[in-house]
Design a protein around this ligand. Sequence first.
Ligand SMILES: [Ca+2]
Ligand SMILES: [Ca+2]
Ligand SMILES: [Ca+2]
Length: 162
Amino acid sequence: MLQRSTVLAVLLALAGSAHASTYALTSPGLFWDQANAEATSLGGHLVAINDAAEEQLLLDLFGGTEPLWIGLTDRDVEGVFAWTNGDPLTYTSWAPGEPNNDGDEDYVNTNDFRGPGLWNDGHSNTRQFRGIIEYELVPEPASATLLGVGALAGLSRRKRRA
Ligand SMILES: [Ca+2]
Ligand SMILES: [Ca+2]
Ligand SMILES: [Ca+2]
């Protein structure tokens, strides 16, 4: 069930938004893999922060003090950080000295202790946070539906004429 705060966050995201995404938080106390799985199971993904404006929006929504998992990892190729949704890495906000891969850290959280919106690579299996879920609103299917309805209407007209 959606929490009231989650609903509010989504409404705020919609109200403010040049971004075609809405956001929510996962359950508390999850390893990165668990947060990733929960986000996916809910039809979203751990957030891909594509620019400074999106980072600021997340700070406005969720604050800057609670460490939160984001969808960035270098678990596939060490040192090559990639968003789980496949977006290109166009923006980063690493805390000073990060990513440092200290003891093989592959999973990224924002709101590192060094400051709001600053990222750190950490271990999935020792740190438990909530994660930020991004739901991307894709306008194309709606347009496609309208086009489809139009095409069907045209088809039925042709059928009637035939
Ligand atoms: Ca995004
Ligand atoms: Ca790493
Ligand atoms: Ca680190």
